[in-house]
Design a protein around this ligand. Structure first.
Ligand SMILES: C[S@@+](CC[C@H](N)C(=O)[O-])C[C@H]1O[C@@H](n2cnc3c(N)ncnc32)[C@H](O)[C@@H]1O
Length: 247
């Protein structure tokens, strides 16, 4: 059964399988009706509220993914992909997989190449696997392995780190990256970023390094001013590009 995204009149989204009745804030849509529906149609709940039907994309699956540990925000996944220039076929490692939300975004870009995830907790890996399955993402492999102890894959374009001690992954990253490839760290605290930076510059390898914080401010064009509330600090992202091994 194809997944469908239903969007109500208040722009609330419902990601549904369409094989059973769906109860939403404004009534019920029958499974029978959902099975017959195609993207572009407008359904009505039993009390007459309208629902637009579209085919869900990766962003919808990320938004609706089951959460275990804290997930990376979409803006941060986007800037990692954008600033490192990964594309279809890029060789990417993601650690830790956590709920698999950043992995979903990266896997969607590198397909058909397989994204490799490292995760130390089986319970979190299981959440990530379920999220991949629901989104129909097949080009991901999760290794139950501590990334600080080494990265099996070589000639890697991007190693995306969202782990508590990213500096512990610097030596494995140097072994594993291709020249010109990136290791990025996503850390809530600037002290973690500084330790990562220090480890990079103390290593035998040569990196170009930049650290950013990505703030996205939405505007309400009904009143022509920014919304008062925004998603403020999530994490600092350091981009380290390997430009040489050895001194
Ligand atoms: C904040 S979560 C990652 C969330 C993920 N980026 C997402 O968007 O869903 C951090 C994860 O790193 C895992 N982890 C911590 N240390 C690790 C290590 N040394 N190697 C691999 N995974 C690790 C944790 O178990 C946890 O699941």
């Amino acid at each position: 059964m194809n997944m469908r995204l239903l969007i109500d009149e208040k722009e609330r989204k419902y990601l549904v399988k369409g094989d059973c009745d769906v109860h939403i804030n404004y009534g019920v849509v029958s499974g029978e009706e959902l099975q017959k529906t195609t993207p572009g149609e407008v359904l009505r709940t039993h009390i007459g509220n309208k629902l637009n039907v579209i085919e869900p994309g990766i962003i919808d699956f990320m938004e609706k993914a089951k959460r275990g540990p804290q997930t990376m925000a979409m803006k941060d996944s986007a800037i990692i992909a954008g600033f490192t220039g990964i594309k279809s076929g890029s060789r990417v490692v993601d650690a830790g997989a956590g709920s698999g939300v950043n992995a979903m975004f990266l896997a969607n870009i590198v397909a058909p190449e397989k994204l490799i995830c490292y995760e130390i907790r089986e319970d979190f890996a299981e959440i990530a696997r379920k999220n991949f399955e629901k989104a129909g993402i097949e080009n991901v492999a999760i290794k139950l392995k501590n990334i600080y102890e080494g990265i099996d894959e070589k000639n890697i374009d991007l190693i995306s780190l969202d782990v508590p001690e990213p500096w512990e992954a610097v030596s494995p990253a140097i072994e594993s990256l291709k020249i010109g490839g990136y290791v990025t760290s996503y850390s809530p605290s600037i002290e973690q970023s500084k330790k990562f930076y220090d480890k990079l510059i103390q290593s035998d390898a040569r990196f170009t390094i930049e650290t950013v914080e990505c703030l996205v401010r939405n505007w309400d064009l009904k009143v022509v001013r920014p919304f008062s509330r925004m998603l403020g600090h999530t994490g600092f992202i350091t981009f380290a590009r390997l430009i040489g091994r050895g001194t």
